[in-house]
Design a protein around this ligand. Sequence first.
Ligand code: PLP
Length: 450
Amino acid sequence: MQVAARKTNLPHIVTALPGPNAKKIVERDHQVVSPSYTRDYPLVAKTGRGAMIEDADGNTFLDFAAGIAVVATGHCHPQVVAAIQKQAAELIHMSCTDFYYQGTVDLAEKLASIAPGKGAKRVYFGNSGTEAVEAAMKLARYHTKRDKFIAFNGCFHGRTLGSLSLTASKAVQRKHFGSLLAGVFHTPYPNTYRGAYGGRPENASADALAHIENELFKRLVDPEEVAAIFVEPIQGEGGYLIAPAEFLQGLERLCRKHGIMLVADEVQSGMGRTGKWWAVDHAGIEPDMICTAKGIASGMPLSAVIAKAEVMDWKPGAHASTFGGNPVSIAAALATIGVLETEAIANAARVGEFILQQTAGWRERHESVGEIRGKGLMIGIELVRDQKTKEKAPELRNRVIDMAFRKGLLVLGAGENSLRLAPPLVIDEEQATFALSTLDACIAEAERAL
Ligand SMILES: Cc1ncc(COP(=O)(O)O)c(C=O)c1O
């Protein structure tokens, strides 16, 4: 009898989880690695290919987390690996702070060409999302000679002390870290499911804009002192909340009116994840700066601030980083962008739409599904205890994540009670179907256990 070959693009679990090798590594990790990391389940990744991860015991998983929305082209895409290997054999580092590389110029030109708007751009390179945000904060102060910032409730911009002053995601991220930057003001995000600040969901954009003009600018800070407004066009850690186009357009007008820099933090939403290069492209706005990282180099550490050329006017020595824009990460980014523009962005738009269509009936089937929202392959499923009251269901969400892991599907949470679907942008419909049927079953099982 002929046995059908096992599909390599779908999961296969061969041990109890965690398996014996994974268990040993987790135990050693708990002795020596910083306890500040938040691991939802004991995945010990060993190898990766495309959207599949193999663990230390030979179990394979379908990865709908992508290293926190990082491996845009999938794990170890052959073109990215070849670019890294070639560059590593030629030159690993000299520091673009002190010397020139062709790759840095190539990538800066490419990023400038894909950034919104026709005007000239300049690009600063760092190594992580938080460094891009720090650089944007400093550049906004430098350029405007103002020192105040506005950010949104629920936002996440990083964990170093400057970016942490903007971040308003979870109290644990701030607890015991003392006073942060003075002069940062937080304002409601246009949450179209719950409304901005208790208002009606359909008024979320208008309410969120009015709050800035009528509350912040009248009572707390004169707009002439505000250097920048930082906005995630889709809040990532906040729960995959999508700011409506009219809100982003209104924010752009408000910034222009008051001479405030508009900074789009596209660390999570950028580099094609939403089916366009940038989430702001869906609203047709042109921020003064875009921060990008995560997906830019398929897992190699790299970040960038793409600014309007007239805004990036700082002088030599004003800001730099030893490793920022290192040749190996740059080579990975150039290869990544090649894959994104030839296939992966279009695939993200197509498969993302497929997922939204396939899940359209879930609210009727599952009392705990509050809302499913997304653009491209940045999709959030908000789980609630009751669709009418919208009471959040964090325990149920956490249970679904754990159950999915045990069935071979890797997902992460976002916000207090949402599931985040952030797979590599190269997944196919069969993988999407597997992920959805797994989540469907896990949600039903978790609901029954309530
Ligand atoms: C929107 C956004 N900005 C900034 C960051 C910080 O990036 P990093 O962890 O690379 O410092 C993140 C990370 O999740 C993010 O989602």
